[in-house]
Design a protein around this ligand. Structure first.
Ligand code: HEM
Length: 432
């Protein structure tokens, strides 16, 4: 497990080389898990009968923070209810409208970069994706309110994972105890969210607004029921927890790969300058999520015996559809360790072989938004900034919580920077 935490990619690929595309692991404290890196078996798992599979249960440790209504921690009918309410605001056609906001946020970020300045890209991208979530998801434009959300809600999510994992750590033993401080922080975050939800409920322009919170306030379930304040609070927390760190890490990986592959970077610059459409840009995003997925595997717990990939598995076993392992198979992606966006231009990925957002009824709700964020940030930054990697060697990949992340956050020096307005070309209208 220690090796997995410190060198996750080498460790997983080592196990695959030794044991094949289906193998068992016993991570200390997590029970028995089976990695599956077979597209057909993964398709069966994601699309077949889901009644014997649990996904929310594995996330239940996050419930004290995300709340009991969070789509991440629920299973079965309750999960489907939340998911149906949340899906429409995240559809591609809705997300297309956020692209302009994303470009604006990226341009402002870029305007603070100066030649000679050293940046840790993962940190800069975190600030950027936080602002995108504030504006596109929460619908908060006001800088003071964004700051309050950062110092309360984001502060809870960034707290030590110990508070999520251990009830004892959360015990409130007075104002100076760690549990007491955490409880206070959580109450402050809840108060800010409740205030924002109530303000929005009463907003005179609620019917015209297009941010996710406003759409959720107008959403009704099959019985005509609106979402309660508690449900809205839990889903806002969830979207920040699920969508902030993941997207910024995905972006940091994209920059790292581009900097280590100058030919790809040069072609991306050319394609953006020629305004040939977004084919190559989208291929860069897809290829970077293939070679450096942020989540190494999805997770489902079996509640009944099931045969998968020819193996009979007993109830209680966790199945990990192997995102990284499938995406690194040389028979599916020749020379898998090479960063070659062209592979997504020549031929699309075989279905269930490109899985950075998982699949089926648990597929990432923010997939379209995350890809739009990655594409728009690259569209703004790549033509305008020349960056140099500080480290001669590629940044090693380590586990950070449940995500794969660059160990040093991708440190760069800004060599040259044009003003965004100068460099950015009018973006072509992007199909959903
Ligand atoms: C590059 C960025 C991202 C990556 C790599 C990513 C990846 C994932 C993965 C692998 C899952 C689990 C899927 C499964 O079990 O089959 C997931 C679930 C989820 N993601 Fe994302 N995600 C990203 C960004 C986002 C964003 C921007 C949001 C929202 C603002 C978001 C919201 C969610 C939610 C709500 C779920 C739970 C869905 C459910 O259980 O029904 N994610 N994501």
């Amino acid at each position: 497990m220690l090796r997995f935490m410190t060198r996750p990619i080498e460790t997983l690929l080592g196990w695959q080389a030794r044991y094949g595309n289906v193998f068992t692991v016993r991570y200390t404290g997590f029970g028995t898990g089976v990695y599956v890196a077979e597209p057909d078996a993964i398709r069966e798992l994601f699309t077949g009968d889901q009644s014997d599979l649990l996904a929310g249960e594995a996330n239940s440790f996050m419930e004290p923070v995300l709340g009991p209504h969070s789509v991440l921690v629920l299973d079965g009918r309750e999960h489907l209810r939340q998911r149906k309410l949340l899906l429409p605001p995240f559809q591609g056609s809705r997300v297309a409208a956020f692209r302009e906001v994303i470009r604006e946020v990226a341009e402002r970020e870029l305007s603070g970069w100066r030649p000679g300045r050293r940046l840790t890209l993962r940190e800069r991208m975190r600030a950027l994706t936080f602002e995108v979530i504030c504006r596109a998801v929460f619908g908060v434009e006001d800088r003071a309110m964004q700051e309050r959300l950062r110092s309360t809600v984001a502060a809870v999510i960034d707290s030590s994972p110990v508070f999520m994992l251990s009830g004892a750590a959360r015990t409130d033993l007075g104002p100076f105890s760690p549990g007491g401080r955490f409880a206070r922080r959580l109450r402050a975050a809840d108060a800010v969210l409740a205030e924002e939800i109530e303000r929005r409920r009463r907003a005179p322009d609620l019917e015209e607004r297009t941010d996710v919170l406003s759409l959720l306030l107008r959403a009704r379930d099959e019985d005509g029921q609106a979402m309660s304040t508690g449900e809205l609070r839990d889903e806002l927390f969830t979207m920040l927890a699920a969508g902030h760190e993941t997207t910024s890490t995905g972006l940091a990986f994209s920059f790292e790969l581009l900097l280590r592959n100058p030919d790809v970077l040069a072609r991306l610059r050319e394609e953006l300058a020629a305004e040939h459409g977004d084919g190559y840009l989208d291929a860069v995003v897809k290829e970077s999520l293939r070679l450096r997925p942020v989540i190494d595997g999805a997770e489902r717990t079996l509640t009944k015996p099931r045969t998968l990939g020819g193996w009979a598995l007993p109830p209680g076993v966790k199945v990990y559809p192997g995102i990284l392992l499938t995406q690194m198979r040389p028979d599916l992606y020749p020379e898998p360790e090479r960063f070659r966006p062209e592979r997504f231009l020549d031929e699309g990925a075989e279905s269930y072989a490109w899985l950075p957002f998982g699949g089926g009824i648990r597929r990432c709700l923010g997939a379209a938004l995350a890809q739009a964020e990655m594409a728009e940030v690259l569209r703004v930054v790549v033509p305008a900034a020349e960056l140099r990697a500080v480290r001669p060697e590629p940044d090693p990949v380590v586990m950070r919580g449940i995500t794969l992340a660059p160990k040093h956050g991708v440190e760069v020096t800004v060599e040259r920077v044009l003003s965004a307005a100068h460099a950015a070309r009018p973006a072509p209208v992007v199909a959903a």
